[in-house]
Design a protein around this ligand. Structure first.
Ligand code: MD6
Ligand code: FE
Length: 214
């Protein structure tokens, strides 16, 4: 059967918009290496809940690795070379993450992507991420590579205006989403994560977004 022959190659990349590609299961072969690499990162830079400039505690817990890390406080959003909790530089970007991000970006048509920041988001069941744009990076010509682990989530993929209708995209364990070009400033968010227990990660979703921030 033609269908089962195709299945030998796994799920195919899906172009969701002109410069946005979902690579289903792209990270599955490297989950253990990624988790091994994240353990020391999270020991050095533990999960924390940051506050928005308006003073709201963010529901998502986060950390960073790489030369720059995304931080938010009463002064605003920005990338910083230092972890405000420790006063030390963020842990280095693990080689396995750098390599995976480069391969995913190339697969999606962005050659030569070398990220310098990885934002690590942690969701418990019920946690959501409200609609936002990623615009704290210096060069919007560079894509973002997003790796999803653990519980599934519904990603809201909107337009360039906050009020634009959003597509709903399922992001599952091991999926990689690459976006850039004219899609780079689309509004997006994550619906509340449904209760569940992931066989490898338990009651959590972890999302890694790799960026060229500086
Ligand atoms: C998340 N992701 O999936 C949050 N931003 O948990 C993001 O905010 C995001 O996945 C830019 C590009 C891809 C993303
Ligand atoms: Fe984002």
């Amino acid at each position: 059967m033609i269908q089962s022959d195709l299945d030998l190659f796994g799920p195919q990349p899906q172009r969701l918009a002109s410069h946005t590609v979902l690579l289903p299961g792209f990270a599955l072969g490297e989950v253990e290496a990624l988790l091994d690499a994240l353990r020391p990162v999270l020991r050095a830079a533990p999960w924390r809940h940051m506050h928005t400039p308006g003073g709201q505690r963010m529901a998502v817990a986060l950390s960073n690795c790489g030369a720059l890390g995304w931080v938010s406080d009463e002064r605003g959003y920005r990338y910083s070379p230092l972890d405000p909790l420790s006063g030390q530089p963020w842990p280095a970007l693990p080689a396995v993450l750098l390599a995976l991000a480069g391969r995913a970006a190339a697969q999606a048509g962005f050659e030569g992507f070398v990220p310098d920041a990885c934002l690590i988001n942690h969701y418990l069941p019920g946690t959501r991420l409200s609609l936002h744009q990623d615009r704290d990076e210096r060069d919007f010509g560079q894509p973002i590579v997003s790796i999803s682990l653990g519980l599934p989530a519904v990603f809201l993929f909107g337009g360039l205006q906050r009020a634009d209708r959003a597509q709903r995209i399922a992001l599952n364990h091991g999926d990689v989403l690459v976006w850039g070009g004219e899609d780079r400033l689309r509004f997006h968010g994550v619906l509340p994560v449904k209760p569940g227990v992931h066989p490898r990660l338990g009651e959590r979703r972890i999302n890694l977004t790799l960026r060229k921030a500086g």
